[in-house]
Design a binder for this molecule. Structure first.
Ligand SMILES: Cc1cc2nc3c(=O)[nH]c(=O)nc-3n(C[C@H](O)[C@H](O)[C@H](O)COP(=O)(O)O)c2cc1C
Length: 356
């Protein structure tokens, strides 16, 4: 049974954490601007220092988002959804819009390059219970970039600004934008781009501390995120390489961000959210999950996946998650091979019960 988190505690605790950061930066914690900033963050995300599950296509589906929420993640975002595919009513796209009341607040992420179409599609889906509409301007995949979508928009700030304005005009929800440091090393324009987003009416931005050229390699540049944070007054969510509770505290301290976004660190590891949550509260970080806890989570995840996607697709999609959950466990490579042969939930239970 999936239980909902008590978001109030997170809000109160994270306000405390934020106050420590602001005080450390020598600013007046009670200043009007800071209070307004906190209100803006809370209005969009429902907590004053949100810990957000970063969208990952093929990973952060409804089943996984629910498990992350259960473990203390404050906010989730759907996988990225093509505005064009929405327009054509693509049958593979509609399931990506599915949410569960238990996961609120959840944002919907759309991508595209045509301002009017983006506005129309955002309007079309905004009444499905989403807390905000996020626009993807960071995807590095060639198929997307060659269509002038995703991170390609960082090369066209004027077009990116028009997209934000059209989406803002079309919806009553907050509109957020997720982007990178720039297209490549020679074109690192995150600060200017963030200003364009702010001037175009974006309510918040999430910045991944890498360029498109870097994909996911090298280290995320948190210093560059700090520069973005200093340049704009809208909430800035820091993203990139938050792989532990310690990293969550460090990026908050280094960037002065208004919230954090965790993506790859959650794969096979929804517990990262309970660890980060404890650290942000100043409490001891819980011990990592035991082998049995990992197997139990894998099985619950599989059951949810089957519930939402049916047995055929659900079990096949679980294979990659199973590899992540069991990485490092004794006999994990043999187990992985066996999981890859399984085609029903019952077989998966039989295989994993008593496997550790
Ligand atoms: C498999 C995968 C799929 C991703 N899909 C999306 C996506 O749909 N939308 C998006 O904005 N970012 C996407 N990202 C980027 C992540 O949200 C995040 O910005 C990036 O992984 C850096 O954060 P991390 O170091 O916490 O992983 C994806 C990343 C991965 C690894």
């Amino acid at each position: 049974m999936i239980s909902r988190n008590d978001n109030k505690n997170v809000t109160d605790d994270s306000r405390g954490g934020c106050a420590v950061r602001v005080a450390a930066a020598g600013q007046d914690v009670l200043s009007g601007t800071k209070k307004e900033g906190q209100l803006a963050v809370e209005r969009i995300y429902g907590s004053t220092f949100p810990v957000i599950l970063g969208p990952m296509a093929g990973v952060t589906d409804l089943a996984f988002r629910l498990l992350c929420r259960e473990q203390g993640c404050d906010v989730t975002v759907t996988e990225m959804i093509s505005a064009k595919a929405l327009y054509y009513g693509n049958k593979n796209t509609i399931p990506l819009l599915e949410t569960d009341p238990g996961e609120a607040p959840v944002g919907v992420q759309i991508f595209g390059s045509e301002p009017e179409l983006m506005g129309q599609m955002a309007h079309k889906i905004e009444d499905r219970g989403f807390a905000f509409v996020d626009i993807n301007m960071g995807c590095p995949v060639p198929k997307i970039v060659n269509n002038h979508e995703g991170s390609a928009l960082m090369k066209q700030p004027e077009l990116a600004g028009r997209i934000v304005r059209e989406v803002k005009k079309a919806v009553s929800l907050p509109v957020t934008v997720k982007f990178r440091l720039g297209f490549d090393e020679a074109h690192k324009n995150a600060v200017e781009f963030a200003r364009v987003m702010e001037d175009s009416g974006a309510d918040a931005i999430a910045v991944h501390g890498r360029t498109r050229e870097q994909y996911y390699s090298g280290r995320a540049d948190w210093e560059a995120i700090r520069q973005v944070k200093e340049a704009v007054s809208l909430p800035v969510i820091a993203n990139g390489d938050i792989l532990s509770a310690e990293a969550a505290l460090a990026i908050r301290e280094q960037t002065g961000c208004d919230g954090i976004m965790v993506a790859r660190g959650s794969k096979g590891n929804p517990w990262i959210f309970r660890e980060i949550r404890a650290a942000l509260r100043g409490e001891p970080v819980p011990a990592p999950p035991t082998a049995q806890e990992r197997i139990d989570m894998l099985l619950r995840h599989a059951a949810l996946c089957v519930r939402y996607k049916g047995e055929y697709t659900g079990i096949r999609e679980m294979r990659k998650h199973a590899a992540w959950y069991t990485a490092g466990l004794r006999g994990s490579s043999r187990l992985r091979q066996e999981v890859n042969q399984v085609t029903t939930l019952k077989e998966l239970y039989e295989l994993l019960t008593g496997s550790c």
